[in-house]
Design a protein around this ligand. Structure first.
Ligand SMILES: [Fe+2]
Ligand SMILES: [Fe+2]
Length: 497
């Protein structure tokens, strides 16, 4: 079973199975009956040219006129929701797609548990809901901005196509959030929709909301790590929002999860193919020691210890996105029925209200790391982070299998939860890879070996030479096992114009 299967299974499990046709006649393809809501239609058609301006100004650089073999959503049936074909990115049909309505759905958690799911915004929770939608929405265009220069150094047309697929779908995710804002939040919603196009990743005056979305993704290894770790944060957040008592948000997120699975597939297999190229080159050259970095780098592949340092960096930066482990805000959105836990509706043996429940949270107390039972309601971020770490491990295990299969003696591990954190319980503390609390001096002496250094990044940059011939791959990455939509190995995924 591929990673993509596994993740789509997770998404499929919470999708309804009814097929809903999308109206492609409308300017904005949709399955929300846009044509019968003239006011909404006008508002979105007014936003569309601004979105297209943003896409051409801040989206992928250099390939806007190229024909790209992309999938476009044509339905919301998990078994067959997309069609493939050549598209110039600015003409991509960004649509508004909601998973089918589940008749009789009730709010699965919080103090409104068991009440019918809301079809309109509950007045008392309006501000909280709007904020959550804006924060989620802000990450979508941010990642497109972060990745905009990568096309020029794509290690193959296959990878270039995957990058652009991720980009157009993040664009669609922005549409999904903007639909909710414009339809359900009146004037403030329209203003927020506008602001989503105005903030810019990495800009000093008006940056994106969350820290990790202001770093640029300047090389392909970072892109693969980002889609493995950071898009997976997206998956966890979307899954928690898919449980929402606000039904339109739930349905929107359920469909987004279907697309998100592919983004993590791109990340996982991208890193795995990098590992495969490294191991194959080492075996061929008779290099036994994976720490013989100089010899390995001479082969034009990425040494495994450097991949581990990249893993350490992206894992820790992404973990900060979960927010403070102990959070009264998280308790509030859960209690209000707005954001559930990962897999909430399927969690057995608890009451989904959590008034009395506790959850073990690792904290720093008197210079030691201890597991403390905290009120479960206030520990929801901590729990979602733990679920995320478990979810990451599946992919890392598959990377280790690839190393083992090649007969190389190396094992990738996740850093301790507290390693290199800026936010939450471990923010500002110095915690080693294996979870020892260090002094500042010890950290300064040792952390250089745990995180990518300038030399590492310069080496990675030196490998980022474009490889744009059909069927050809850069030295540092192995070809994929199967093509997109089962296309042959020499398929021209992007017709570069
Ligand atoms: Fe997304
Ligand atoms: Fe994504």
């Amino acid at each position: 079973m591929s990673a993509e299967d596994i993740v789509s299974d997770a998404a499929g499990a919470i999708s309804a199975d009814r097929f809903v046709e999308i109206s492609y006649d409308d300017v904005i393809p949709n399955n929300v009956g846009l044509g019968s809501d003239k006011q909404l239609q006008r508002a979105l058609e007014g936003w569309r040219p601004k979105y297209l301006d943003w896409w051409t100004g801040m989206g992928p650089v250099g390939f806007q006129q190229s024909e790209v073999y992309l999938r476009t959503a044509v339905g919301v049936d998990p078994a067959g929701w997309a069609k493939f074909g050549y598209v110039k990115m600015p003409t991509y049909r960004w649509g508004i797609l909601l998973a089918p309505k589940v008749e009789g759905r009730t709010i699965p958690f919080g103090r409104h548990k068991g009440e019918p799911a809301w079809q309109e915004v509950p007045g008392e929770h309006r501000a909280l809901l709007r904020r959550l939608i804006v924060v989620q929405g802000d990450t979508e265009p941010a990642s497109v901005e972060q990745q905009r220069h990568l096309g020029a150094t794509a290690p193959s047309l296959y990878d270039m196509r995957n990058l652009f697929q991720v980009n157009v779908e993040e664009g669609r995710h922005l549409w999904a959030m903007v639909y909710l804002l414009v339809k359900y939040f009146g004037k403030d919603g329209r203003e927020e929709a506008q602001a989503l196009l105005e903030r810019q990743s990495g800009q000093i005056n008006n940056p994106r909301i969350l820290g990790a979305f202001n770093e640029s993704t300047s090389d392909w290894l970072s892109f693969f790590m980002f889609t493995f770790f950071t898009d997976r944060d997206g998956k966890m957040q979307l899954a928690a929002l898919a449980e929402s008592g606000f039904d339109p948000l739930s349905r929107t997120c359920r469909f987004m999860l279907t697309e998100e699975a592919h983004h993590m597939f791109v990340g996982e297999t991208g890193v795995q193919r990098t590992i495969e190229a490294t191991c194959a080159a080492m075996v061929k050259a008779g290099i036994k020691d994976p720490h013989d970095v100089e010899a390995v780098r001479k082969l034009g592949v990425v040494d495994l210890p450097l991949l581990q340092r990249k893993l350490n960096f992206h894992a820790s930066v992404t973990r900060d996105l979960f927010g403070s482990e102990i959070s009264s805000n998280a308790a509030e959105v859960f209690g209000a029925g707005i954001k559930g836990r990962f897999n909430e509706a399927n969690l057995k043996s608890d009451d989904h209200v959590l008034q009395e429940a506790t959850y073990p949270v690792t904290r720093v107390v008197d210079g030691k790391l201890v597991a403390e039972e905290a009120p479960a309601l206030r520990a929801l971020n901590s729990r979602l982070l733990d679920d995320f770490i478990v979810d990451c491990q599946g992919g890392i295990d598959r990377w280790n299998k690839a190393v083992e299969k090649a007969g190389v003696d190396f094992k990738f591990v996740q850093p301790h939860k507290g390693f290199n954190r800026r936010i939450g319980e471990f923010g500002g503390k110095h915690i080693s890879l294996s979870g020892d609390l260090l002094t500042e001096e010890e950290w300064s002496a040792k952390s250089g070996a745990w995180l990518p250094n300038d030399g590492d990044m310069a080496f990675i940059r030196s490998l980022m030479k474009p490889c744009h011939e059909p069927g050809q791959y850069a030295s540092w990455i192995a070809p994929p096992r199967i093509g997109v939509n089962n296309q042959a190995g020499d398929f021209e995924y992007v017709k570069i114009a």
